[in-house]
Design a binder for this molecule. Structure first.
Ligand code: HC0
Ligand code: SF4
Length: 568
C-alpha cells in the first residue's frame, strides 16, 4: 500500500492508484472532462489539475499515480483559479444555448460551470456558430458544442476500431471532425452512437424523433403501437434515481400507456421469432452444406459494418431480420388483421437502446407498399425525455403487463439484450431441434460474461458445433479476418457492435459505464430465470402466430416477411 495525504487527510491505497481514484475514496470528486473511467487516459483538458507539495507545476489527477508520502491539495486558490480559467476558455468557444440544447441538465460542462458558480463569461466569445449537421437518421453533430476532449475519438477508435472521428487543425483551431469533414454516414462510421454515449456535451447526440411520436399520439385517426427492446427495461430506471440494473418492466409499460400508446408490445416477442427463423436457417445451412460460419444479423451497427467493411463476407450473415424489424413486419401484416384496423392507420414506434436502429428502420427494403414496417425509433434517452415531458413520477408508477397478442416472450428473448444472449437463445432452440429431444440444459455459461471474444464447443446429435461470440467491432474484426481468409474454425458467430451488447448501446442513458452494464447484464439473466417459458419455440403466442398466419419457419410467408437481404 502507498501512504499519502489528500487535503491533509491521510489514506493508504494500492500501488498504481491514480490521484483521482484515491480522492474518490475520500468522497472528493476531482472535476474532469476528458477523463472517462472506461477509456485510455489522455490528460488533455487539465481540469483535474491538483497541487502536490514539492512540485512546481500542477499535476493531472487522472494520470498521475500516487507515491509514498505524497501530499495532494485539490482545493487551493491556484487549483480553483486554474479550473475556472479552463472552463472560461471552453465557454468562450462554446455555443451557449443551454436552454434549448438536447443535453440541457445532462451536460458535464454545464454541471461544472454550475459547480464552480460561473455566472458570466469573462472572455470574449470566439465561437463560430456553425449549423447542426443533420445528414442521417441516427446521429446529429453540433461542432459549436464540442470541447475537444477526444472521448468520442477514443470510443470510435479504441472500442470500435473504426476511427471515423479525428482531430484536425492545430492549436486553438483544433476541431473534432470526420475525414474531410464529410457526413458521418459517408465515412467508415456505422452509426452505433458510442461517440454520443461518451460525449460530455451536446456535440454528438441522437437524432431526436420525440416530436414525431407526440404528433402521432395526438392524431385521433392513428392507432399508435410501441415495442420495447429487451435492454431498455434494465436501463431506464437509471434516469429516475434507481440503482443501475433495476428491472422496471412494469413501470415502463404503465408509462407508455400513460403517454397515450394504444398498445404496448414487446420486442422480446420479435426476438423469439428471430430465433425460430435464424435457428431454422442455421440448421438448414448445417445440414445442407450452406455457407458457414453463419453470423447473426440482429445488430444494425454490425450489419452496416459488414456491408461497409466486409462486403465479400455478406453471404455469411443470416438473412433473418432483427427482432425489431420482424416485429414491425408482423405489426403491419398480422396485427391489422387480428385487431381489425386498417394498416394505413397504424403507426409503429420502437424504443431501442441504439442509434443505428433509426438507420435500420429507414432501410427501404424493411417495409411494404411504400410504408416502413417501423415508422419511428426512439432511443432510451428519448423515452426518458418523453416521460419527463409529461411529468410522470416514474418510480411511483404501478406495474402493468405488456398487451397481447404480441407481448408474451420467453426468457430466451429477454437475454438478447446482452452479449452472448442471442447465441444462448439460439442454442436453446437449435439443440432441441437438432437432437429431437427437449434438453434440460437452459444455461450456457460459456456464452455469458464481458470477455471480448467468447468461444465454446458443443457435442450435439453426433455433431461438434464451434461457436464464437464477440462484442465491439474491434473484437469482431479479429473474427472477420479469419472468415475473409476462409480459415474461421466456427460454425456460428454472434456479434453485437456495442460493448456489452445492447445494454451498452449508443442510445442508452448518459452515464452508461462498463460497471453499470455488468449490473444490467445480471438483471437480464434474472428476468430470464423468472419466466415460465425460457425457450423461444415454446412461446405460446408465437406458436399461434405460426399456426394461424406464418406457416412453417423459414418457408412461404414466414420467409417472405421475416427475412431480408444486404447491399455491398
Ligand atoms: Fe437490441 Fe435486439 S437485442 S439489437 O441489442 O437482436 O437495439 O435491447 O432490441 O432488434 O430483441 C437493440 C436491445 C434489440 C433487436 C432484440 C436483437
Ligand atoms: Fe464511430 Fe460509432 Fe460514432 Fe460512427 S457512431 S463515429 S462508428 S463511435
Amino acid at each position: 500500500m502507498v501512504h499519502l495525504t489528500i487535503n491533509n487527510i491521510p489514506l493508504a491505497v494500492p500501488k498504481g492508484t491514480k490521484i483521482m481514484q484515491a480522492a474518490q475514496k475520500l468522497g472528493i470528486d476531482i472535476p474532469h472532462l476528458c477523463y472517462h473511467e472506461d477509456q485510455r487516459i489522455k490528460a488533455r483538458c487539465r481540469l483535474c489539475s491538483v497541487e502536490v507539495v514539492g512540485k512546481r507545476r500542477l499535476l493531472a489527477a487522472c494520470s498521475t499515480e500516487v507515491w509514498e508520502g505524497m501530499e495532494v491539495h485539490t482545493d487551493t486558490q491556484i487549483v480553483r483559479d486554474t479550473q475556472v480559467a479552463i472552463l472560461q476558455l471552453m465557454l468562450a468557444n462554446h455555443h451557449k444555448d443551454c436552454l434549448s440544447c438536447p443535453r440541457n441538465q445532462n451536460c458535464d460542462l454545464q454541471r461544472l460551470c454550475s459547480r464552480f458558480n460561473i455566472q458570466h463569461s469573462s472572455l470574449p466569445s470566439v465561437c463560430k456558430e456553425e449549423p447542426r449537421i443533420v445528414t442521417n437518421p441516427a446521429i446529429v453533430r453540433d461542432p459549436s458544442k464540442c470541447i475537444r476532449c477526444g472521448r468520442c475519438i477514443r470510443a470510435c477508435k479504441d472500442v470500435q476500431g473504426i476511427a471515423a472521428l479525428t482531430y484536425a487543425g492545430r492549436s486553438s483551431d483544433i476541431v473534432v471532425t470526420t475525414a474531410y469533414n464529410k457526413p458521418m454516414e459517408t465515412t467508415d462510421c456505422i452509426l452505433c452512437g458510442q461517440c454520443s454515449l461518451v460525449c460530455p456535451t451536446g456535440a454528438l447526440v441522437e437524432k431526436d424523433d420525440t416530436e414525431k411520436v407526440l404528433d402521432a399520439l395526438q392524431d385521433p385517426k392513428k392507432h399508435v403501437i410501441v415495442q420495447v427492446a429487451p435492454s431498455v427495461r434494465v436501463s431506464l430506471g437509471d434516469a429516475f434515481g434507481m440503482e443501475p440494473g433495476a428491472i422496471v418492466t412494469g413501470q415502463m409499460v404503465t408509462a407508455l400507456h400513460l403517454l397515450g400508446f394504444d398498445k404496448v408490445f414487446d420486442t422480446n416477442f420479435g426476438a423469439d421469432l428471430t430465433i425460430m427463423e435464424e435457428g431454422t436457417e442455421f440448421l438448414d445451412r448445417l445440414q445442407h452444406g450452406g455457407v458457414l460460419p453463419m453470423m447473426t444479423s440482429c445488430c444494425p451497427g454490425w450489419v452496416y459494418y459488414v456491408e461497409k467493411h466486409y462486403s465479400d463476407c455478406l453471404p455469411h450473415l443470416s438473412s433473418t431480420k432483427s427482432p425489431m424489424s420482424i416485429f414491425g413486419a408482423v405489426a403491419k401484416t398480422y396485427y391489422p388483421k387480428v385487431a381489425g384496423i386498417d394498416v394505413k392507420d397504424i403507426v409503429t414506434v420502437s424504443v431501442m437502446p441504439c442509434t443505428a436502429k433509426k438507420f435500420e428502420a429507414a432501410r427501404p427494403e424493411l417495409g411494404r407498399d411504400g410504408r416502413p414496417d417501423v415508422d419511428i425509433v426512439l432511443t432510451t434517452r428519448e423515452l426518458i425525455k418523453l416521460i419527463k415531458y409529461v411529468g410522470l413520477s416514474f418510480g411511483q408508477l404501478p406495474e402493468t403487463e405488456f398487451d397481447s397478442p404480441l407481448g408474451t416472450a420467453s426468457g430466451a428473448g429477454a437475454i438478447f439484450g446482452t452479449t452472448g444472449g442471442v447465441m444462448e437463445a439460439a442454442l436453446r432452440t437449435v439443440c432441441d431441434k437438432l437432437t429431437g429431444k427437449t434438453l434440460e440444459r437452459l444455461d450456457f455459461q460459456e456464452a455469458r460474461g464481458f470477455k471480448g471474444i467468447k468461444e465454446c464447443t458443443l457435442e450435439l446429435g453426433g455433431r461438434t458445433l464451434h461457436i464464437a461470440i464477440a462484442h465491439t467491432l474491434k473484437n469482431a474484426e479479429i473474427l472477420m479476418e479469419q472468415v475473409r481468409k476462409g480459415i474461421s474454425p466456427y460454425d456460428f458467430i454472434e456479434v453485437m457492435a456495442c460493448p456489452g451488447g445492447c445494454i451498452g448501446g449508443g442510445g442508452q442513458p448518459i452515464g452508461t459505464t462498463n460497471a453499470v452494464k455488468k449490473k444490467r447484464m445480471q438483471a437480464l439473466y434474472e428476468i430470464d430465470r423468472s419466466l415460465p417459458v425460457r425457450k423461444s419455440h415454446e412461446n405460446p403466442e408465437l406458436q399461434v402466430l405460426y399456426r394461424d398466419f406464418l406457416g412453417e419457419p423459414g418457408e412461404g410467408k414466414a420467409h417472405e416477411l421475416l427475412h431480408t437481404g444486404y447491399r455491398a
